[in-house]
Design a protein around this ligand. Structure first.
Ligand SMILES: [Zn+2]
Length: 279
């Protein structure tokens, strides 16, 4: 089954597919192992441009294929927020299953670059995600981020964008931000999201920046039509903190798998916890 088919099934069934980022093999394996254990139908794993540069595009494809085969489990590799047509093309040529085109430009240029990627990907059975609205933040822990309704994706713009580009999925903004903020409550405007879905019912809708959101908000968003949820920052924090603790507690331990193993184990626990929310 293709990723688009899995997403269609998720929509019909009222659940969501998880998307998690990785930059190392131990984290990738932890994600896939958790997804299989939770009996999710499939899992999406992603590399940002930075993560892809660190791992290597071909290497990421080879790792995902090897692990999917090992686990006998469907894993889809996504180029997460790739900025230019050239970057998206490189990921598609390397064998990625999916691309998020995110030029971070104004409407007309976003539309033009996204259309170019959709046309390029059409023959290759790649799932393409577009993005509209201003998704603030980064995959870090920050103190506070101002977000207003002006940053939200506009329903009529989403409808026009989908009709013109032919994307399979849409990343939309309705209160979500990338990363975790410490000094403010992160809150989704699910009513606004419902207006977007009403204006443009066709694409599979994707929630980015789910780290830091309450479980209730995530469940409400899935109920309103979200079929794919991205978690990144919470995973990074779990991995980092566990690694720091192990190194602090065992200062003479130099065997990589002995200090990386417990960190990956924490990632696995967290992915299991998140996937339980999507059912
Ligand atoms: Zn994202």
């Amino acid at each position: 089954m293709t990723l688009n088919e899995y997403l269609k099934q998720a929509r019909e069934g009222g659940y969501a597919i998880g998307h998690f980022n990785f930059a190392t093999e131990d984290v990738l394996k932890a994600i896939v192992s958790a997804a299989k254990e939770s009996r999710a139908p499939c899992v999406m794993v992603g590399t940002s441009e930075g993560e892809a540069e660190f791992v290597g595009l071909k290497e990421a494809v080879a790792l995902v294929r090897a692990i999917a085969e090992d686990f006998q489990y469907p894993v889809f590799l996504n180029a997460d927020h790739f900025r230019s047509f050239e970057k998206c093309r490189a990921a598609i040529d390397a064998g990625y299953d999916s691309v998020i085109v995110d030029p971070k430009k104004e409407y007309a240029e976003n539309l033009s670059i996204t259309t170019q990627v959709v046309e390029y990907a059409r023959s290759a059975n790649i799932s393409i995600e577009g993005e509209l609205g201003y998704l603030k933040g980064s995959s870090e822990v920050q103190q506070k981020i101002e977000i207003s309704i002006d940053d939200y994706s506009k329903p009529e713009e989403v409808a026009d964008f989908v009709a013109q580009t032919g994307v399979d999925r849409m990343a939309v903004v309705f209160g979500n931000i990338h990363g975790i903020v410490t000094d403010q409550e992160e809150k989704l405007d699910v009513e606004h999201f419902a207006k977007i879905v009403a204006a443009a019912p066709a694409p599979a809708y994707v929630l980015h920046g789910a780290s830091g959101l309450s479980d209730q908000d995530i469940k409400a968003a899935i109920k309103a039509g979200i079929v794919n949820v991205h978690f990144n920052t919470e995973l990074r924090v779990a991995y980092h903190d566990a690694l720091e603790k192990t190194m602090h507690d065992n200062p003479t331990e130099t065997t990589p798998y002995k200090y990386l193993g417990p960190a990956a184990e924490e990632v696995k626990k967290l992915v299991l916890q998140k996937l339980a929310l999507f059912k």
